[in-house]
Ligand binder design. Structure first.
Ligand code: SAH
Length: 287
């Protein structure tokens, strides 16, 4: 499939799902948006955005685009996460929308409830692309004129939320059985040494990892493996970033994108936006 969303009926009655672009809006200034984000917004037909996205950025969208605030603070129109998931899937599968943009502040994958949205898209067989953005931590450090990883003072950066889904107080997050993800910069070329260091610091050898080379570039490459396997990798192109933790496990549906992009939607309601989200059909699970 090329970079553009497609929504076409094939001869055998199978409908090719459209593509949802999950786009990071950055910290709020339009000129901190990526060029990729800006061009997707200029081409957007549907934009589902969060509260923190300012009007200045939404103004990039064409006048014909349907712009929907699905933010939690959007007064009585606020939508539940399940409703947002259903809206994304519905627009991808049931409307003529060519470019569906799910716009989130900062980086969409940092405290953006993205996990639930990806699960919904995968279950529905909707293809998606994630466009990263400048996260608040980077923007805040720049505003404060500091570096978060000044090598003379820090060799790690922990990203944490004071409001977690389990309603645990920050003190518990910091001292209790926190489940951090580690984004290890400069992990190579001695991957065996890096893996050894992680195991010696208490990680199980079975801990999932993802090594991402050339992220965001045309020649990007992702390898999913365990810490034990990491010890023997060779020929990882640089630059690479290592992600360690449960979140780095390869999603079971990820390997089946070809199949996922061709799911019959004949049983779905046609032609109108669902007003009873909880009545949306359960999409077949291909796990
Ligand atoms: N995905 C976003 C974070 C969403 S959580 C990101 O990557 O930045 C929302 C929180 O992010 C806010 O409560 C605030 O703590 C922080 N935040 C977002 N934009 C910000 C900004 N411009 N300045 C400071 N903090 C910001």
């Amino acid at each position: 499939m090329d970079g553009r969303a497609s929504h076409q009926q094939a001869k055998n009655g199978i409908i090719m799902a459209g593509r949802v672009y999950i786009v990071g809006a950055g910290p709020g200034a339009a000129d901190l948006l990526t060029l990729r984000a800006a061009s997707l917004l200029r081409a957007a037909t549907i934009v589902l955005h969060d509260d923190l996205v300012p009007a200045e950025i939404l103004e990039l969208c064409p006048a014909s685009a349907q712009i929907v605030n699905v933010g939690k603070r959007c007064g009585r129109h606020s939508r539940s996460q399940a409703q947002i998931n259903a809206l994304m899937v519905w627009h991808a599968r049931e409307t003529e929308a060519q470019t569906i943009v799910r716009l989130k502040s900062g980086d969409p994958a940092v405290f953006g409830r993205l996990g639930e949205e990806l699960d919904a898209l995968r279950r529905a067989g909707v293809e998606f692309e994630i466009v990263p953005g400048v996260t608040a931590a980077s923007a805040a450090a720049a505003s404060a004129k500091i570096t978060l990883t000044d090598r003379r003072a820090a060799s790690a950066l922990v990203v944490v939320t004071a409001h977690n889904a389990r309603n645990e107080p920050l003190s518990k997050t910091m001292s209790g059985p926190a489940r951090p993800t580690y984004a290890v910069y400069m992990p190579g070329p001695d991957y065996a040494g890096t893996a050894k260091g992680l195991v010696e610091s208490g990680h199980e050898p079975a801990t999932p990892c993802a090594v991402v080379s050339n992220a965001g570039r045309a020649d990007e490459a992702v390898r999913y493996l365990t810490l034990a396997e990491l010890a023997s990798v060779t020929e990882i192109p640089a630059p690479a970033l290592l992600i360690v933790g449960e979140v780095a496990a390869e999603h079971p549906l990820q390997r089946r994108q070809d199949l996922l992009s061709e799911i019959s939607t004949q049983s779905l309601p046609k032609g109108r936006e669902p007003n009873h989200y909880d009545r949306l059909p359960i999409y077949p699970s291909l796990g």
